[in-house]
Design a protein. Structure first.
Length: 313
Protein backbone atom coordinates (compact mmCIF):
# COMPACT_ATOMS: atom_id res chain seq x y z
CA UNK A 1 0.00 0.00 0.00
CA UNK A 2 2.88 2.38 0.78
CA UNK A 3 4.32 1.77 -2.67
CA UNK A 4 1.03 2.69 -4.35
CA UNK A 5 0.56 5.75 -2.15
CA UNK A 6 4.09 7.00 -2.80
CA UNK A 7 3.60 6.40 -6.51
CA UNK A 8 0.35 8.41 -6.46
CA UNK A 9 1.94 11.30 -4.56
CA UNK A 10 4.96 11.36 -6.86
CA UNK A 11 2.78 11.29 -10.00
CA UNK A 12 0.56 14.07 -8.63
CA UNK A 13 3.58 16.20 -7.71
CA UNK A 14 5.23 15.79 -11.13
CA UNK A 15 1.97 16.60 -12.94
CA UNK A 16 1.35 19.65 -10.75
CA UNK A 17 4.87 21.04 -11.25
CA UNK A 18 5.03 20.42 -15.00
CA UNK A 19 1.56 21.76 -15.74
CA UNK A 20 1.93 25.10 -13.96
CA UNK A 21 0.51 27.87 -16.14
CA UNK A 22 -0.73 25.32 -18.70
CA UNK A 23 -4.11 24.41 -17.26
CA UNK A 24 -6.04 21.43 -15.94
CA UNK A 25 -6.00 19.45 -19.20
CA UNK A 26 -2.21 19.28 -19.20
CA UNK A 27 -2.22 18.25 -15.55
CA UNK A 28 -4.43 15.24 -16.28
CA UNK A 29 -2.44 14.25 -19.39
CA UNK A 30 0.79 14.21 -17.40
CA UNK A 31 -0.78 12.50 -14.38
CA UNK A 32 -2.26 9.73 -16.55
CA UNK A 33 1.15 8.96 -18.08
CA UNK A 34 3.05 9.14 -14.81
CA UNK A 35 0.53 7.16 -12.75
CA UNK A 36 -1.34 4.73 -15.00
CA UNK A 37 1.34 4.08 -17.61
CA UNK A 38 3.77 3.04 -14.87
CA UNK A 39 1.84 -0.23 -14.51
CA UNK A 40 3.25 -2.79 -16.93
CA UNK A 41 -0.08 -4.51 -17.55
CA UNK A 42 -1.87 -1.21 -18.29
CA UNK A 43 0.96 -0.09 -20.54
CA UNK A 44 0.57 -3.33 -22.48
CA UNK A 45 -3.22 -3.02 -22.75
CA UNK A 46 -3.31 0.69 -23.64
CA UNK A 47 -0.50 0.64 -26.22
CA UNK A 48 -0.69 -0.99 -29.61
CA UNK A 49 1.47 -4.06 -29.98
CA UNK A 50 4.81 -3.40 -31.65
CA UNK A 51 4.97 -4.29 -35.32
CA UNK A 52 8.03 -6.49 -35.72
CA UNK A 53 8.00 -7.08 -39.46
CA UNK A 54 10.10 -4.46 -41.19
CA UNK A 55 12.53 -4.33 -44.07
CA UNK A 56 14.05 -0.84 -44.00
CA UNK A 57 17.76 -1.01 -44.80
CA UNK A 58 20.35 0.92 -42.79
CA UNK A 59 22.36 1.83 -45.88
CA UNK A 60 25.86 3.12 -45.10
CA UNK A 61 25.17 4.53 -41.62
CA UNK A 62 26.91 1.71 -39.76
CA UNK A 63 30.09 -0.31 -39.90
CA UNK A 64 27.80 -3.30 -40.40
CA UNK A 65 26.28 -3.10 -43.88
CA UNK A 66 22.68 -3.57 -44.96
CA UNK A 67 21.17 -4.08 -41.53
CA UNK A 68 17.39 -4.46 -41.48
CA UNK A 69 15.34 -2.51 -38.95
CA UNK A 70 13.52 -5.74 -38.04
CA UNK A 71 16.61 -6.94 -36.15
CA UNK A 72 16.55 -3.92 -33.83
CA UNK A 73 12.78 -4.15 -33.36
CA UNK A 74 12.90 -7.81 -32.33
CA UNK A 75 15.67 -7.21 -29.80
CA UNK A 76 13.91 -4.17 -28.35
CA UNK A 77 10.68 -6.09 -27.95
CA UNK A 78 12.24 -9.22 -26.47
CA UNK A 79 15.09 -7.94 -24.26
CA UNK A 80 14.39 -4.22 -24.00
CA UNK A 81 17.57 -3.30 -25.87
CA UNK A 82 19.56 -3.81 -29.06
CA UNK A 83 23.31 -3.14 -29.05
CA UNK A 84 24.66 -4.68 -32.25
CA UNK A 85 25.28 -1.55 -34.33
CA UNK A 86 28.16 0.88 -34.60
CA UNK A 87 28.20 4.11 -36.62
CA UNK A 88 30.82 4.36 -39.31
CA UNK A 89 33.64 6.78 -38.51
CA UNK A 90 32.50 9.46 -40.95
CA UNK A 91 28.96 9.62 -39.54
CA UNK A 92 30.31 9.61 -35.98
CA UNK A 93 32.61 12.56 -36.70
CA UNK A 94 29.75 14.44 -38.32
CA UNK A 95 27.33 14.13 -35.42
CA UNK A 96 30.04 14.92 -32.85
CA UNK A 97 30.93 18.10 -34.78
CA UNK A 98 27.25 19.12 -34.71
CA UNK A 99 27.18 19.63 -30.94
CA UNK A 100 28.05 23.10 -29.65
CA UNK A 101 26.54 25.97 -27.68
CA UNK A 102 25.18 27.30 -30.97
CA UNK A 103 22.43 24.69 -30.87
CA UNK A 104 22.36 23.49 -27.25
CA UNK A 105 21.48 24.65 -23.75
CA UNK A 106 23.58 23.62 -20.77
CA UNK A 107 22.29 22.20 -17.50
CA UNK A 108 24.15 20.81 -14.51
CA UNK A 109 23.81 18.33 -11.69
CA UNK A 110 27.22 18.74 -10.05
CA UNK A 111 27.27 22.21 -8.45
CA UNK A 112 30.99 22.94 -8.29
CA UNK A 113 32.56 25.93 -10.03
CA UNK A 114 29.73 26.35 -12.56
CA UNK A 115 30.32 30.08 -13.02
CA UNK A 116 34.00 29.56 -13.80
CA UNK A 117 33.19 26.72 -16.18
CA UNK A 118 30.61 28.76 -18.09
CA UNK A 119 33.06 31.63 -18.38
CA UNK A 120 35.67 29.28 -19.83
CA UNK A 121 33.59 27.98 -22.75
CA UNK A 122 32.53 29.73 -25.93
CA UNK A 123 30.39 29.07 -28.98
CA UNK A 124 33.36 27.71 -30.93
CA UNK A 125 34.08 24.89 -28.48
CA UNK A 126 33.15 21.42 -29.69
CA UNK A 127 31.81 18.72 -27.39
CA UNK A 128 35.31 17.42 -26.61
CA UNK A 129 36.53 20.90 -25.60
CA UNK A 130 33.46 21.26 -23.38
CA UNK A 131 34.15 17.87 -21.77
CA UNK A 132 37.79 18.73 -21.03
CA UNK A 133 36.81 22.02 -19.42
CA UNK A 134 34.03 20.43 -17.39
CA UNK A 135 36.52 17.90 -16.04
CA UNK A 136 39.00 20.67 -15.23
CA UNK A 137 36.37 22.38 -13.09
CA UNK A 138 35.38 19.14 -11.32
CA UNK A 139 31.86 18.90 -12.71
CA UNK A 140 30.58 15.35 -12.35
CA UNK A 141 27.80 15.76 -14.88
CA UNK A 142 26.95 18.20 -17.66
CA UNK A 143 23.90 17.93 -19.92
CA UNK A 144 23.30 19.68 -23.22
CA UNK A 145 19.75 19.82 -24.54
CA UNK A 146 20.13 19.93 -28.31
CA UNK A 147 17.80 21.71 -30.70
CA UNK A 148 17.73 19.12 -33.49
CA UNK A 149 16.38 21.67 -35.98
CA UNK A 150 19.62 23.63 -35.59
CA UNK A 151 21.77 20.63 -36.48
CA UNK A 152 22.49 19.03 -39.82
CA UNK A 153 23.92 15.58 -39.22
CA UNK A 154 22.11 14.68 -35.99
CA UNK A 155 18.80 15.58 -37.62
CA UNK A 156 19.70 13.61 -40.73
CA UNK A 157 20.37 10.44 -38.74
CA UNK A 158 17.53 10.92 -36.24
CA UNK A 159 14.97 11.35 -39.05
CA UNK A 160 16.45 8.77 -41.43
CA UNK A 161 14.09 6.09 -42.76
CA UNK A 162 15.85 3.43 -40.68
CA UNK A 163 15.39 5.21 -37.32
CA UNK A 164 11.89 6.49 -38.07
CA UNK A 165 10.72 3.04 -39.14
CA UNK A 166 11.94 1.53 -35.87
CA UNK A 167 10.29 4.33 -33.89
CA UNK A 168 6.89 4.17 -35.57
CA UNK A 169 6.69 0.40 -35.48
CA UNK A 170 7.98 -0.11 -31.94
CA UNK A 171 5.84 2.69 -30.51
CA UNK A 172 2.87 1.75 -32.69
CA UNK A 173 2.03 5.29 -33.68
CA UNK A 174 2.69 7.58 -36.65
CA UNK A 175 2.95 10.73 -34.53
CA UNK A 176 6.47 10.44 -33.10
CA UNK A 177 8.43 13.17 -31.36
CA UNK A 178 12.24 13.16 -31.46
CA UNK A 179 14.43 14.95 -28.93
CA UNK A 180 18.15 14.95 -28.28
CA UNK A 181 20.50 15.33 -25.31
CA UNK A 182 24.22 14.97 -24.81
CA UNK A 183 25.55 13.86 -21.42
CA UNK A 184 29.08 14.29 -20.14
CA UNK A 185 30.02 12.20 -17.09
CA UNK A 186 33.39 12.82 -15.43
CA UNK A 187 35.40 10.83 -12.86
CA UNK A 188 34.69 13.19 -9.98
CA UNK A 189 34.14 12.06 -6.39
CA UNK A 190 30.48 12.66 -5.47
CA UNK A 191 27.99 11.90 -2.72
CA UNK A 192 25.23 9.33 -3.08
CA UNK A 193 22.76 12.21 -3.41
CA UNK A 194 24.65 13.62 -6.39
CA UNK A 195 24.95 10.16 -7.93
CA UNK A 196 21.18 9.84 -7.69
CA UNK A 197 20.77 13.24 -9.34
CA UNK A 198 23.19 12.12 -12.05
CA UNK A 199 21.04 9.01 -12.76
CA UNK A 200 23.87 6.77 -11.46
CA UNK A 201 21.46 4.64 -9.40
CA UNK A 202 19.02 2.27 -11.10
CA UNK A 203 15.68 3.82 -12.07
CA UNK A 204 13.17 3.80 -14.91
CA UNK A 205 11.82 6.56 -17.16
CA UNK A 206 8.14 7.22 -17.69
CA UNK A 207 7.87 10.32 -19.87
CA UNK A 208 5.61 8.96 -22.63
CA UNK A 209 2.89 6.38 -23.10
CA UNK A 210 5.53 4.49 -25.06
CA UNK A 211 9.05 5.42 -26.10
CA UNK A 212 12.66 4.34 -26.40
CA UNK A 213 16.07 5.99 -26.47
CA UNK A 214 19.17 5.57 -28.58
CA UNK A 215 22.49 6.02 -26.77
CA UNK A 216 25.45 6.77 -29.05
CA UNK A 217 28.90 6.68 -27.46
CA UNK A 218 31.02 9.59 -28.73
CA UNK A 219 34.17 8.26 -27.07
CA UNK A 220 35.48 4.82 -26.16
CA UNK A 221 33.71 3.59 -23.03
CA UNK A 222 35.23 0.87 -20.86
CA UNK A 223 34.59 -0.22 -17.27
CA UNK A 224 36.43 2.88 -16.01
CA UNK A 225 34.41 5.37 -18.07
CA UNK A 226 30.97 4.94 -16.51
CA UNK A 227 29.31 2.59 -19.01
CA UNK A 228 25.54 2.45 -19.28
CA UNK A 229 23.77 -0.49 -17.60
CA UNK A 230 20.34 -2.04 -18.18
CA UNK A 231 18.28 -4.80 -16.56
CA UNK A 232 17.12 -6.90 -19.48
CA UNK A 233 13.42 -7.86 -19.61
CA UNK A 234 12.53 -5.22 -16.97
CA UNK A 235 10.76 -3.15 -19.64
CA UNK A 236 8.04 -5.83 -19.53
CA UNK A 237 8.06 -6.88 -15.89
CA UNK A 238 9.26 -5.21 -12.69
CA UNK A 239 8.93 -6.08 -9.05
CA UNK A 240 5.87 -4.30 -7.62
CA UNK A 241 7.98 -2.37 -5.09
CA UNK A 242 9.71 -0.67 -8.04
CA UNK A 243 6.46 0.84 -9.30
CA UNK A 244 7.38 3.90 -7.26
CA UNK A 245 9.95 5.68 -9.43
CA UNK A 246 12.84 6.07 -7.03
CA UNK A 247 16.59 5.44 -7.22
CA UNK A 248 17.53 1.83 -6.40
CA UNK A 249 20.93 0.54 -5.30
CA UNK A 250 22.84 -2.21 -7.09
CA UNK A 251 22.48 -4.83 -4.36
CA UNK A 252 18.68 -4.67 -4.41
CA UNK A 253 18.66 -4.97 -8.21
CA UNK A 254 20.96 -8.00 -8.11
CA UNK A 255 18.90 -9.74 -5.43
CA UNK A 256 15.59 -9.25 -7.23
CA UNK A 257 16.50 -9.53 -10.93
CA UNK A 258 19.72 -11.54 -10.85
CA UNK A 259 23.25 -10.44 -11.63
CA UNK A 260 23.10 -12.25 -14.98
CA UNK A 261 20.33 -9.92 -16.19
CA UNK A 262 22.30 -6.71 -15.61
CA UNK A 263 23.89 -5.82 -18.94
CA UNK A 264 26.76 -3.33 -18.84
CA UNK A 265 27.65 -1.72 -22.16
CA UNK A 266 31.41 -1.12 -22.31
CA UNK A 267 31.80 -0.43 -26.01
CA UNK A 268 34.00 1.49 -28.48
CA UNK A 269 33.04 4.94 -29.71
CA UNK A 270 30.27 4.95 -32.28
CA UNK A 271 28.40 2.11 -30.56
CA UNK A 272 24.62 2.42 -30.40
CA UNK A 273 22.28 1.11 -27.71
CA UNK A 274 18.59 1.15 -28.63
CA UNK A 275 16.82 0.84 -25.30
CA UNK A 276 13.33 0.97 -23.84
CA UNK A 277 14.22 2.92 -20.71
CA UNK A 278 10.89 2.08 -19.12
CA UNK A 279 13.14 -0.79 -18.06
CA UNK A 280 15.54 -0.31 -15.16
CA UNK A 281 18.83 1.33 -16.08
CA UNK A 282 21.58 3.67 -14.92
CA UNK A 283 24.88 5.20 -15.88
CA UNK A 284 27.69 3.72 -13.78
CA UNK A 285 30.10 6.09 -12.05
CA UNK A 286 33.28 6.89 -14.01
CA UNK A 287 36.44 6.03 -12.08
CA UNK A 288 39.27 7.52 -14.15
CA UNK A 289 37.91 8.31 -17.62
CA UNK A 290 35.02 10.42 -18.88
CA UNK A 291 32.03 9.33 -20.93
CA UNK A 292 30.31 11.39 -23.63
CA UNK A 293 27.02 10.05 -24.96
CA UNK A 294 24.54 11.46 -27.44
CA UNK A 295 20.94 10.44 -26.73
CA UNK A 296 18.01 10.41 -29.14
CA UNK A 297 14.57 10.13 -27.53
CA UNK A 298 11.66 8.79 -29.60
CA UNK A 299 8.25 9.11 -27.96
CA UNK A 300 4.55 8.82 -28.65
CA UNK A 301 3.31 12.39 -29.18
CA UNK A 302 4.83 14.91 -26.74
CA UNK A 303 4.49 12.78 -23.62
CA UNK A 304 4.74 14.82 -20.42
CA UNK A 305 6.42 17.64 -22.34
CA UNK A 306 9.81 17.82 -20.61
CA UNK A 307 11.79 18.17 -23.84
CA UNK A 308 11.70 21.74 -25.12
CA UNK A 309 13.17 21.21 -28.58
CA UNK A 310 11.31 18.17 -29.90
CA UNK A 311 10.57 17.73 -33.58
CA UNK A 312 7.93 15.47 -35.12
CA UNK A 313 8.51 12.86 -37.80
Amino acid sequence: MNVLLNHFINSYSVAKNLSKNYGRINFFKIFIIRFFFAFNFLRKILNKKSILISNVDSGDLFKQKNIKSEMVLKNLEKKGFSDDLRLNDLELDKIASDISLNNSELSFKGKKKITEFISSINYYDNIFNIQEKSKKFNLSHVALEIDINKTNNIKKIATSDFFVDIAQKYIGNKNISVSSLCYISNPVKTSDLEKKENAQFFHYDNDFEKFFKVFIYLNDVDENSGPHSFVQFSHKKKNYKHLYCKRIDDQEIKEIYGHENIITFDRPKGSLIFEDTFGLHKGTVPTNKSRIVLILIYGKNKGIGIYNNSIFV
